[in-house]
Design a protein around this ligand. Structure first.
Ligand code: NI
Length: 266
């Protein structure tokens, strides 16, 4: 498998779960745009069997290298980002929930889930596309939600792409991110307004916005429920003082972007 095929598999699954992302993509294409992917984001737990380093190694096997680390103290997350030597390859942002900072009950729930992943038979590529290998209970989802929105989301959706990101620099018919945002709203898409529609500044060399995650039906043992799924992100990068385009991430902005899947935001 090439890394292009790996991203194609992740994209197909992501747009199946989030039809609005495909609609946004198609809306750009209909305008005559070429949509390049700035980065994808994956979520996981800091269990060594599936943690950031484990998932990161899957991309390293395709020629990716670790380029930055990030701490999200309030949300109790740690993250790394990876880049490929081919600048056209999307960056990969992987975060993990630091489960040791949560209740014993949450830790037990998470461990139970990971114990059920058939790690012996899954290839690394299958693991990051494996969604949930565990029985889903809505009671557990609600319980996790009281401690961490991130934990609840990961419990409900498992291993998959949390979001893809339109590379705004590669669009040629928009002047800036605000212009992209107006275009999206005019076409009926809802944006995440937590912390303002645009997170980050030109001075920080990265501006990002995102749609609000749409609701999707998840099959729980108690029956089908509608819960927030994923969002689509838009990133505009600016050059550093040395003239090179900034390729990292801004923890404070990502912190707000994480809230695009918050149940309490709608
Ligand atoms: Ni992102």
């Amino acid at each position: 498998m090439s890394y292009q095929n790996l991203f194609k598999t992740l994209w197909d699954d992501y747009t199946r779960r989030n039809p609005h992302a495909k609609k946004v993509y198609d809306t750009f294409i209909a305008r005559g745009e070429t949509v390049a992917n700035d980065h994808i984001a994956l979520r996981t737990f800091n269990d060594p069997r599936v943690g950031v380093d484990k998932l990161g190694s899957i991309f390293e096997a395709y020629g990716y290298e670790e380029k930055g680390t990030y701490d999200f103290h309030a949300k109790k997350l740690f993250a790394k980002h990876y880049e490929h030597s081919d600048p056209a390859a999307p960056k990969v942002f992987i975060s993990e929930l630091l489960i040791g900072n949560f209740s014993h009950e949450l830790q037990t729930s998470v461990k139970n889930c990971i114990d059920q992943i058939p790690l012996d038979t899954l290839t690394p590529e299958e693991l990051i596309n494996s969604a949930t290998s565990w029985q889903l209970s809505h009671a557990t989802y609600k319980k996790l939600l009281t401690e961490s929105e991130y934990a609840a989301w990961l419990y409900a959706f498992g291993f998959c792409a949390n979001h893809f990101t339109v590379n705004v620099n590669a669009l040629h018919t928009f002047t800036d991110l605000a212009d992209v945002n107006s275009f999206l709203k005019k076409n009926g898409f809802k944006l995440n307004a937590a912390g303002g529609e645009i997170k980050g500044t030109r001075q920080e060399c990265l501006e990002q916005s995102s749609t609000l995650a749409e609701e999707t039906t998840v099959k729980f043992s108690e029956g089908d429920k509608q819960i927030p799924s994923c969002y689509y992100e838009f990133a505009k990068r600016y050059p550093l003082p040395n003239g090179e385009l900034y390729t990292g991430f801004i923890a404070a902005s990502a912190d707000k972007i994480f809230e695009s899947t918050d149940v309490s935001n709608r």
